[in-house]
Ligand binder design. Structure first.
Ligand SMILES: *[C@@H]1O[C@H](CO)[C@@H](O)[C@H](O)[C@H]1NC(C)=O
Ligand SMILES: *[C@@H]1O[C@H](CO)[C@@H](O)[C@H](O)[C@H]1NC(C)=O
Length: 387
């Protein structure tokens, strides 16, 4: 009886193992499996495979197209369109977004088609925030890229062209200027530079987002970033946009200039700008919070600022790209060891002249001191053991 049960158990174990192995192999080769299945089941797909093969064999006279599946929101779409243009250029393909793509509602995109190209084959980008060199050398055929392709390296060599291409619809641009003026016009008139602070919280605070590796930037980071910016641009105003503006009102408080800068620096500012009253050095630096309920309005404000402080996400990233000033981003994202961390290569995601900051420099130097202390202890211990 006992042996019988044992035998059965073993059999079940063997079957489960076999299933697991087969399942794993199917998953790893899922794109190939899908391709093969489609080839046998779908007549149109099969004829496309032949069409592509003929194209490769024949003179390759007609152009090839490349497009991208729609994922995410505004920041993701801007990455998608921009990377697509770079990838198309590198491959000699014609890029397009469908006319129905929502990015058209804000920008006057010129690479547009009303219908998809024929015989699109999927190419997958498995690393949303990393540069995949294979994209610059796509297989032959009409291609639809599935994934996020979010790296500035895909479009660094077409930047000027891209800035010409990504033009906001004129009536929206006009409205944005009006809005910007309402918020900070009098500060700009007084000669202040406008430094944006974009604070993303909402969705990245959710436990499931945290599990993936998303996080939000803490108050101390914004303190640090504001001080950093004020050392470079002391005569400024901060303009805050966020999906959680009430948190910002409570937590983002600019410093008094006299606490940030040396008195030598302050007198230099005074002599460079004789019109400035010294009293402003003892007042907190002005800050303006967006009251807008539209994320597009907030985005248009970010585009018009002189310099940018980011938290996390692609929305602020693109606001800063359009603003073209100094950029500070939060170094604590993504959470180390997480899925998003694995999918992100910071060097590919953040342009090399953007500055990474985390919490305040003094907190950091405390950590460093601790490290030095621990190292010293460790060495002392080793030394004692040896001698
Ligand atoms: C690519 O798409 C265009 C436009 O639909 C089509 O004319 C062409 O035949 C397609 N090329 C291949 C190789 O499928
Ligand atoms: C700062 O931004 C404002 C608004 O976009 C612009 O008018 C101004 O020329 C900018 N200042 C500098 C120094 O770039």
């Amino acid at each position: 009886m006992m042996r019988h049960v044992q035998k059965r158990l073993l059999l079940v174990l063997k079957f489960s193992l076999a299933f697991a192995v087969i399942g794993y192999l199917l998953w790893v080769n899922r794109h190939l499996v899908m391709h093969t299945a489609k080839f046998f089941v779908d007549d149109i797909y099969r004829s496309c495979v032949y069409q592509r093969r003929n194209y490769e064999l024949e003179e390759k006279s007609s152009p090839l197209y490349v497009t991208k599946e729609r994922h995410g929101r505004l920041g993701n779409w801007l990455f998608g369109y921009s990377s697509l243009l770079g990838i198309a250029k590198a491959n000699g393909y014609i890029p397009y977004f469908l006319r129905s793509h929502p990015l058209n509602n804000h920008f006057q995109l010129s690479k547009i088609r009303s219908y998809p190209a024929e015989c699109l084959f999927d190419v997958y980008d498995e690393q949303p925030c990393s540069y995949t060199p294979e994209m610059m050398n796509l297989p032959t055929g009409n291609i639809s890229i599935d994934g996020y392709i979010q790296s500035w390296k895909y479009f660094r060599f077409i930047e000027n062209e891209l800035r010409q291409e990504l033009k906001v619809h004129p009536h929206m641009a006009q409205y944005a200027k009006k809005l910007f003026n309402e918020y900070v016009g009098h500060h700009v008139a007084a000669g202040r530079l406008v430094i944006s602070i974009h604070v993303r919280r909402g969705d990245v605070l959710k436990p499931e987002a945290r599990k993936l590796g998303f996080c939000h930037a803490p108050k101390e980071y914004f303190d640090n970033a504001m001080n950093y910016m004020l050392k470079l641009f002391p005569y400024s105003v901060f303009l805050v946009t966020s999906d959680d503006i009430s948190w910002c009102r409570e937590n983002i408080q600019p410093p008094v200039l006299r606490d940030v800068l040396s008195s030598a620096k302050l007198s230099k500012i005074k002599s460079d700008n004789p019109k400035i009253k010294s009293s402003i050095f003892d007042e907190t630096v002005p800050i303006v919070f967006s009251k807008s309920h539209s994320s597009w309005d907030d985005f248009s404000l970010l585009m018009l600022c002189n310099h940018s402080i980011l938290s996390v996400g692609t929305f602020g990233w693109w606001g800063a790209w359009f603003a073209r000033g100094h950029v500070v981003y939060y170094d604590g994202f993504p959470l180390p060891g997480s899925k998003v961390d694995y999918e992100t290569d910071k060097e590919d995601f953040f342009p090399s002249d953007w500055v990474a900051l985390s919490v305040s420099a003094s907190v950091q130097s405390w950590h460093l001191l601790w490290l030095v202390f621990l190292c010293a202890m460790w060495n002392a211990l080793l030394f004692c053991k040896v001698s």
